[in-house]
Design a protein around this ligand. Structure first.
Ligand SMILES: NC(=O)c1ccc[n+]([C@@H]2O[C@H](COP(=O)([O-])OP(=O)(O)OC[C@H]3O[C@@H](n4cnc5c(N)ncnc54)[C@H](OP(=O)(O)O)[C@@H]3O)[C@@H](O)[C@H]2O)c1
Length: 256
């Protein structure tokens, strides 16, 4: 058990009022961490934090609203996390956006910039804001949610996939730079997961069955499939692992 024990650790998660972020926060809290969950909507965060606290039977979750695309909002999130929970040991940069569906040739400058800013730039901001906490302790773990879309071309999700590949590139460079200081960085690459974010892709008659037939584990992903990986990456169980991109996709995207 001690390999996965997070007692006394503080975890900050973006995009965590629902979906994968929420389940990762719950998993971390169940293993002893204090979790600060964030999204843009305070009411949803209050409900989610109350659910986590009820499930773990202790006040281990706090909800603090922030919009990842605004640097001052992220800084305020980090500052408030220090106030309510203390220095940060674990970061889950999970919030991401996809404002455009269609061929890259048709994307507007504004949509392109929004995708890159939210999925790449904001995670660099967050890493830089939290790194001093971890440097002071000589240890820490940050994980960022990319996508298996990073590994393949797409005629509808091309810019989104590019942004997630850039995020993986950011992760491995941060892993190299901060490794000597004891800070680990890894990327999580989900396949198609049944959340609101991807609802347009899976919530149509017959689509889930069709996709599932092409997935070795024969189902789409569920948000709770991510709890174990967050606990693993946040804990000593993964202490010699950094700079990696880990796929969680039922085998739909295999190493090649
Ligand atoms: N679902 C999939 O199939 C899939 C596949 C590959 C990768 N991903 C990635 O997984 C991550 C999480 O997605 P999910 O599927 O779990 O989505 P989800 O269930 O829809 O949850 C998204 C979360 O992010 C928050 N959020 C959205 N925009 C935000 C912003 N600008 N600032 C702060 N928080 C924001 C949402 O709350 P508010 O709206 O209240 O802010 C919510 O808490 C994303 O990075 C996505 O790119 C998803």
């Amino acid at each position: 058990m001690s390999l996965f024990d997070l007692t006394g650790k503080v975890a900050l998660l973006t995009g965590a009022s629902k979906g994968m972020g929420y389940e990762m926060a719950l998993g971390l809290a169940q293993h002893g961490a204090t979790v600060v969950i964030s999204s843009r909507t305070q009411d949803d965060l209050d409900t989610a934090a109350a659910e986590i606290n009820k499930t773990v039977g202790a006040k281990r979750a706090h909800g603090i609203a922030a919009n990842i695309v605004h640097k001052d909002s992220l800084q305020a999130l980090v500052d408030k996390t220090h106030e309510v929970a203390g220095p940060i040991d674990i970061v889950v940069g999970n919030a991401g956006v996809n404002p455009y569906f269609g061929p890259i040739a048709g994307i507007s400058d504004e949509q392109y910039e929004r995708t890159m800013n939210a999925n790449v730039q904001s995670n660099l901001w967050l890493a830089k804001m939290v790194a001093p906490d971890m440097e002071a302790k000589g240890s820490g773990s940050m994980m960022f949610t990319a996508s298996i879309g990073a590994f393949r071309a797409s005629d509808t999700l091309g810019t989104y996939g590019m942004s997630k590949l850039a995020l993986i590139g950011l992760v491995r460079n941060l892993a190299m730079e901060f490794g000597p200081k004891g800070i680990r960085f890894n990327a999580i690459c989900p396949g198609l997961i049944k959340t609101d974010f991807a609802r347009e892709l899976w919530d149509k008659p017959g689509v889930e069955e069709k996709y599932s037939r092409a997935i070795p584990l024969r189902r789409l992903g569920e948000p709770e499939d991510f709890a174990g990986l967050a606990v693993f990456l946040g804990s000593d169980a993964s202490k010699y692992m950094t700079g990696q991109a880990l796929t969680v996709c039922g085998g739909s995207s295999m190493w090649s």
